[in-house]
Design a protein around this ligand. Structure first.
Ligand SMILES: Cc1cc2nc3c(=O)[nH]c(=O)nc-3n(C[C@H](O)[C@H](O)[C@H](O)COP(=O)(O)OP(=O)(O)OC[C@H]3O[C@@H](n4cnc5c(N)ncnc54)[C@H](O)[C@@H]3O)c2cc1C
Length: 538
């Protein structure tokens, strides 16, 4: 008699590293049997109706003709089907880092439009959530986006007349509903609704910092099947499939500072309080305070505004190029009506270097929104803000006694009064090869890098033979310029879920039951989706 080897270690089916939007989008997508990307609205409605009623068939009384509905046993949650563990370095619940940053910067509304969200079930999930809960008042219209569309005829006419077609594409009336931004609390409620809908509350998220990932044979588990061993700051876990949803590299101040100097400088992504305790003491004593904010992106504008609102006397905001004003951090051509055109160009491009160039061109440099530009203009008029473009720091010296910097600048205005604090809102660089927890994978399963991003496969995997999937920013060479945003989280989740379901499905092989196979076909968009609907009806 052949005895099965006894598994003495627990090997999760899927482990997601990172409980931010990308991790959440994937966990939700793995639990959604009718993903929006694969099904029409009609199919969706029918599937959900069947699912709700499948266990409560009506029974018609033969004599009276009266119908009664049989009570059904509770339907188990779909997520119970995948053994999933989520690890996050920030906290033990979803979206902790996102929530922390939005609270820290006191951001009232998201920057992204309504179809940027993490709901796998519905492309308009966030918009319908707002309407269903009577929260339309929490949507702010993005003025100047909609209604300037050129028809094909107008475009051709412009071209013929020698006029360049307008470079920035716009959005037509039909899509007006998309071009609102949700309030921070509304977006947060929608995320919580998704977490509850798929029953993926916090018990599957563990607060651990991943330090090392290895892939190989684990004797206690199998002599033939490779699995991942993930070491964190407190435990060791194993999984068949691992997904990296870690955002980007940790933020770094772009110049070396001593421990003493760090008292007067902070990177925006490490901000714990605004303003610093030293400035707060000065404000309490009614002493004048000055700060310098470095960076040309939305975060620098938000910091400058926040500092002024919290009482700092004067803010200098410097940026090395000209101020760019854009609704989103990628151009409208990647968001609006013609985004499919851009995406198909991106996806058809085989060379990673070319894709990286497209990514870089679409995102290059920071930009601020028209709404924040107005806020900054008001501060400039009031004299509380000086905005210096094409300006960099020439030299700076920290005086530990007065706890102020002497700063001189390269640009029009060269000398500043003593500065109490410098805030660097200089973004994060992309270099996955620097991430300490990837060093083992890089040496055991090397892959090509381009522009600091891993050249992952079309299936979003590290390599064909390594089921380490990559979501979010580091998947930029597959997802395009939207990779670091919410739209990248949702599209990435869709593509990774296909690959995961493929892998887990092929492990089950021919053993899968009819109903399981149908659901698998459903979820991965295979065969004829109506066949599966017919079977559910039986
Ligand atoms: C202030 C601010 C506002 C933004 N507003 C918008 C917006 O309105 N719309 C939009 O589309 N985008 C916005 N963005 C971009 C935003 O960062 C992304 O949309 C989103 O956060 C990307 O999600 P993510 O899950 O890929 O990465 P993250 O949100 O960065 O999440 C990564 C998670 O991985 C965890 N992690 C990292 N390393 C490890 C490790 N070693 N071990 C365990 N866990 C780890 C982190 O703790 C974190 O929770 C904003 C960004 C900032 C900074």
């Amino acid at each position: 008699m052949v005895t099965e080897p006894q598994a003495v270690v627990h090997v999760h089916e899927v482990m997601i590293i990172g409980a931010g939007p990308s991790g959440l989008a994937l966990a939700a997508r793995l639990s959604e049997h009718m993903p929006a990307a694969n099904f029409t609205d009609d199919e969706h409605q029918r599937f959900h109706w069947i699912n709700r009623h499948r266990n409560q068939p009506s029974v018609k009384h033969s004599k009276t003709g009266a119908e009664t509905r049989r009570e059904s046993p509770a339907v188990s949650s779909p997520h119970a089907k995948i053994d999933l563990l989520v690890l996050d370095a920030t906290d033990k619940h979803w979206m902790a880092r996102w929530d922390g940053l939005f609270k820290m910067f006191d951001i009232s509304h998201l920057r992204s439009p309504m179809f940027f969200h993490v709901d796998p079930a519905e492309r308009d999930g966030l918009l319908s959530y707002a309407h269903m809960n009577d929260r339309e008042k929490e949507l702010n219209e993005l003025r100047g986006c909609v209604g300037k569309e050129l028809s094909k005829h107008q475009r051709k006419k412009r071209e013929r007349s020698g006029n360049q077609p307008r470079t920035e594409p716009t959005i037509d009336e039909r899509d007006r509903n998309d071009y609102f931004v949700p309030s921070t609390p509304l977006f947060s409620s929608h995320c919580n609704c998704i977490i509850d809908r798929y029953n993926i509350r916090d018990d599957i998220v563990s607060h651990e910092n991943v330090e090392d990932i290895r892939y190989g044979i684990l004797k206690e588990y199998s002599d033939t099947e490779k699995v991942f061993t993930v070491k964190t700051d407190s435990k060791i876990h194993h999984a068949k499939i691992v997904v990296l949803a870690v955002g980007g590299n940790p933020a770094q101040i772009p110049c070396k500072l001593s421990a003493e100097e760090m008292e007067g400088a902070t990177h925006a992504m490490h901000l714990k309080e605004m303003p610093s305790p030293h400035i707060r003491r000065k404000l309490a004593d009614k002493i004048r305070t000055n700060i310098l904010v470095v960076g040309g992106g939305l975060t620098s504008a938000q910091l400058a505004d926040l500092a002024i609102r919290r009482g700092v006397s004067k803010v200098w905001l410097i940026m090395r190029s000209n101020l760019k004003i854009k609704h989103f951090d990628i151009g409208l051509e990647w968001v609006g009506k013609f985004r499919n055109h851009q995406h198909s160009r991106f996806w058809l491009e085989e060379k990673e270097e070319e894709r990286w160039k497209m990514y870089d061109t679409a995102r290059k440099g920071g930009s601020i929104t028209p709404a924040y530009n107005k806020v900054l203009e008001r501060h400039v008029v009031s004299g509380r803000l000086s905005m210096l473009q094409k300006t960099t720091i020439k030299s700076k010296q920290w005086d530990p006694t007065s706890k102020t910097w002497s700063v001189s600048l390269c640009g029009d205005e060269q000398e500043l009064p003593p500065i109490d604090h410098i805030y660097f809102a200089t973004g994060v660089h992309n270099d996955f090869e620097c991430l300490p927890f990837l060093q083992s994978m890089i040496s055991d399963f090397p892959i090509k890098a381009c522009g600091g991003f891993p050249c992952i496969t079309q299936n979003m995997a590290w390599r064909e033979d390594v089921p380490l999937f990559v979501a979010g920013r580091f998947a930029a060479l597959q997802l395009g310029p939207g990779a670091p945003n919410l739209i990248g989280a949702r599209i990435g989740a869709e593509r990774i879920a296909w690959s995961i379901q493929d892998k887990l499905g092929s492990e089950e092989g021919g053993n899968s039951t009819g109903s399981h196979r149908d659901k698998f076909n459903y979820a991965t968009g295979r065969c004829n989706s109506f066949d599966a609907l017919a079977d559910l009806d039986e």
